[in-house]
Design a protein around this ligand. Structure first.
Ligand code: CAA
Ligand code: FAD
Length: 382
């Protein structure tokens, strides 16, 4: 077993770390306060190959492996979680499905635009009445005699929905077939029949713009179908397996930032004539934080490595996401506590880390859904 990274992996990690620490982290408080979309920073990530890390060079990407993606996501998330949310949707949820199931033309048109950082992509599965129970979606795509589809319905909580140029959309084409009656489409938001709702006000990742989107007689061409008709749900699930490695990495980045701030504060802050880091109760917290951080990292790298080897990784991605997101919540909670009043203050980033960590337990499948995926894989029971 080899625990070392390749030179290329370390180089990408270094590029991501420099941008995260020099550009993103110093602007994070501003974007969090204003809920503004960080367009210039996102373009900078694109120019540095960070919007298409696993996308082959022939489609405008960096052509690197899933471990590189995990390492880069951790760095960007340590700078600011919201930036890493936008990055994760472009890299995995939008591009991964098209790369695996798309035609050559779809890859050249859509993946290239996102991987080169020229445009922003989104992924629309959730609806107002269906989140975890994704197959109960109602958004309907009705096939016409000429082969086009007329799409009507709503999707909610769409990350980058307010700014996306292209969206991978899931809609029901054959209502009687359940999961096998769902088809994936690539939507161009500039076409008639596409509408954006108001941007959602959120607890955390406030610079990542989220909104409801609506389709009113939107016409999709046959060339807009992604993969095979009726196989959209499998495409969504496969993409989410990869996406969950990204969210696990995001959780690790947030937790690491909180942990590093805590180590510095525990050495510097004094109470009862000693640094608070000398108290055994603080030391126990630091030790537990470190164990959870390392366990999350190793599980995430295992899932990324399996994916890179072309081996099954669905349950391992769920294990990584569940462990890392719950660790991030616990670690940021303890980090606020160790900072005392300053942990609660907006003068320091701890309260932001705490707010941002929470989303990792909710999106791309809640913790309960990760447990369901893991237990089904372990027992074979439904
Ligand atoms: N890969 C490929 N196919 C898969 C799969 C996978 N990982 N998991 C399931 N499938 C297939 C099944 O084999 C089945 O196919 P057949 O009918 O041909 O056998 C089909 O999909 C239906 O599977 P299930 O019967 O298991 O479906 P279910 O209704 O029980 O739901 C679920 C399973 C795991 C709960 C799923 O609905 C799920 O993951 N829900 C959570 C949704 C989610 O994660 N949403 C995230 C939205 S995106 C987002 O949040 C983005 C962001 O934050 C930035
Ligand atoms: P529900 O499914 O209604 O769940 C409510 C509660 O019930 C949860 O605690 C859940 O775990 C629990 N529950 C449900 N089913 C079970 C079960 N079988 N067993 C045990 N407990 C269960 N979606 C997209 O498609 N694209 C995006 O880009 C996107 N971005 C998002 C960004 C943000 C900021 C947020 C908040 C959400 C985003 N989502 C996106 C949606 C997200 O994936 C869903 O919110 C999530 O999957 C949960 O669905 P829900 O909110 O409908 O909760």
């Amino acid at each position: 077993m080899d625990f070392s990274f390749t030179e290329e992996q370390l180089m990408l990690q270094d590029v991501a770390r420099r941008i995260a620490q020099d550009v993103i982290a110093p602007s994070a408080e501003h974007f969090d306060r204003n809920g503004e979309f960080p367009l210039d920073n996102i373009r900078l990530l694109g120019e540095n190959g960070l919007m298409g890390i696993e996308v082959p060079a022939e489609y405008g990407g960096a052509g690197m492996d899933p471990v590189s993606y995990a390492l880069a996501m951790i760095e960007i998330a340590a700078g600011d979680a919201a930036h890493s949310t936008i990055m994760s949707v472009n890299n995995s949820l939008f591009s991964a499905g098209i790369l695996k199931h798309g035609t050559e033309e779809q890859k050249q048109t859509y993946v290239r635009a996102i991987a080169e950082g020229r445009e922003i992509g989104a992924f629309a599965l959730t609806e107002p009445q269906s989140g975890s129970d994704a197959t109960s979606m109602r958004c309907r795509a009705v096939k016409q005699a000429d082969g086009t589809f007329v799409i009507n319905g709503k999707k909610s909580w769409i990350t980058s929905g307010p700014v996306a140029k292209y969206i991978v959309l899931f809609a029901v084409t054959e209502p009687d077939k359940g999961a096998r009656g769902i088809t994936a489409f690539i939507v161009d938001t500039a076409r008639p029949g596409f509408h954006r709702g108001k941007t959602e006000p959120k607890l955390g990742i406030r610079a990542s713009a989220t909104c409801e989107i609506e389709f009113a007689d939107y016409v999709a061409q046959p060339a807009d179908v992604l993969g095979v008709e009726g196989e959209g749900f499998k495409i969504a699930m496969g993409v989410l397996d990869s996406g969950r490695i990204g969210i696990a990495s995001q959780a690790i980045g947030i937790a690491r930032a909180a942990y590093e701030a805590t180590i510095a504060y525990a050495k510097e802050r004094k109470a009862f004539g000693a640094a608070i880091g000398t108290f055994q109760m603080t030391q126990a917290k630091i030790a537990d934080m470190k164990c959870k951080l390392d366990a999350s990292l190793l599980l995430t790298l295992r899932a990324a490595w399996l994916k890179g080897q072309g081996k099954p990784f669905s349950a391992e991605a769920a294990i990584a996401k569940l462990t890392a997101s719950e660790a991030a919540m616990w670690i940021t909670h303890q980090a606020v506590q160790i900072h005392g009043g300053m942990g609660y203050s907006k003068e320091m980033p701890l309260e932001r880390y705490f707010r941002d960590a929470k989303i990792t337990e909710i999106y791309e499948g809640t913790s309960e859904i990760q447990r369901l995926v893991i237990a089904r894989a372990e027992t074979g029971l439904r």
